[in-house]
Design a protein around this ligand. Structure first.
Ligand SMILES: [Zn+2]
Length: 357
């Protein structure tokens, strides 16, 4: 899924170098293996392999695609392992580019899957969508955001995809639901799962305190701002939660940033501070947009510049508009929590925001 960003960036060639095939040796038996996401603006997802005498442990698994499975097989082979040597899949969150290859591989192999327990609610919501019982929450929510027309457009081209039943296999439960603070003792290092809600409700990062490394999943990404709350089960507080989860990273000692999309960076704290500053700027712009007449999230999104090229909302494609409206609503809700705006919900279920009386 595309992410909306407003950060200036390196030239595109450098920007995507991390996604090129081939493992990167990070030392101490740790390897970054980018797996392809064909047709996705994200290009690739990083799987981190922790290799040892007992086998290999993976942080995130990639997407259940033939190309990804073949790439993983080849790269592990170069490290001297087969897929049968995978002991654990430690998954940062439930999105399909992180979770589904683990489920596919588990059917024939013995690796155990662990996922944050906060994702239970999303697992149920995904199954309801897959079974045709529900529309994804991110489409349902558009009504309350004053974006019925956009919802119709999205239904128009997602409809055929939503109607096709997804393989149930991809959404079977993990072997273990991880509680916040769960300690994972591996022969070569100790990881602690830290609940970092925001990108999804049950997102976790894996912190290696002794090794000064943070397996960040999509919580802290070097090039882009992660989409917030783009999940089947929608919560109003997603951005509020996310900002709290970012500040939580500053309470840990600084660590090498090992993101799921993008290159490895030396400082997690530097990037966290950039992301916090980015959202403060967006909060100011959002407050401006709601400081005149009362606005819906859709109207506010129309008044704010988008992407690092400062594009007009109307020029975005419908899926980007969907993310932009959701992101705007998330910022409006943070302003409500802070007491800078009030929300009014109409009898038709449409939320509008304005300055407090
Ligand atoms: Zn991702």
């Amino acid at each position: 899924m595309d992410h909306v960003t407003s950060r200036p960036s390196a030239p595109d060639a450098d920007r995507h170098a991390w996604a090129e095939p081939g493992a990167e040796d990070l030392g101490g038996g740790l390897h970054r293996i980018p797996l392809p996401l064909p047709g996705d603006a994200l290009k690739a997802v990083n799987v981190y392999a922790i290799a040892g005498d007992d086998g290999v442990h993976l942080i995130d698994a990639g997407m259940a695609l033939v190309q990804a499975r073949e790439r993983l097989t080849a790269e592990l082979g170069l490290l001297g392992y087969g897929l049968g040597d995978i002991r654990n899949f430690f998954i940062t969150h439930i999105h399909q580019d992180h979770y589904t290859l683990a489920v596919e591989l588990r059917t024939s192999l013995r690796g155990q899957i662990a996922l944050g327990e906060g994702e239970r609610v999303n697992m149920e919501a995904i199954r309801a969508v897959a079974a045709g019982q529900n529309e994804p929450g991110f489409i349902q929510m558009l009504h309350g955001m004053g974006a019925d027309e956009l919802a119709e457009q999205i239904r128009g081209f997602m409809g055929p995809r939503l109607a096709r039943p997804l393989p149930r296999l991809e959404w079977s439960d993990p072997d273990r639901w991880l509680a916040d603070g769960a300690v994972l003792e591996l022969p070569s290092r100790t990881l602690r799962a830290i609940h970092t809600p925001g990108h999804t409700q049950g997102h976790v990062v894996f912190h290696d305190d002794a090794g000064a490394a943070l397996f960040a999943g999509d919580h802290v990404l070097p090039h882009i701002t992660p989409s917030i709350g783009f999940q089947p089960s929608i919560t109003r507080t997603a951005l509020h939660d996310y900002l709290g989860s970012l500040r939580l990273m500053l309470a840990l000692p600084d660590a090498r940033l090992l993101p799921a999309h993008g290159p490895v960076c030396e400082s997690t704290h530097d990037r966290v501070n950039e992301l916090l500053a980015h959202h403060e700027t967006r909060l100011e712009q959002t407050l401006d947009a709601a400081s005149g007449d009362q606005v819906t999230a859709y109207q506010a999104a129309n008044a704010i510049p988008w992407t690092r090229r400062q594009r007009k909302f109307a020029d975005l494609d419908p899926m980007s508009q969907l993310l932009a409206v959701g992101e705007t609503a998330a910022h409006l809700e943070v302003l409500v929590v802070r007491g800078e705006l009030t929300r009014h919900t109409s009898a038709e279920g449409i939320d509008t925001y304005s300055l407090p009386e």
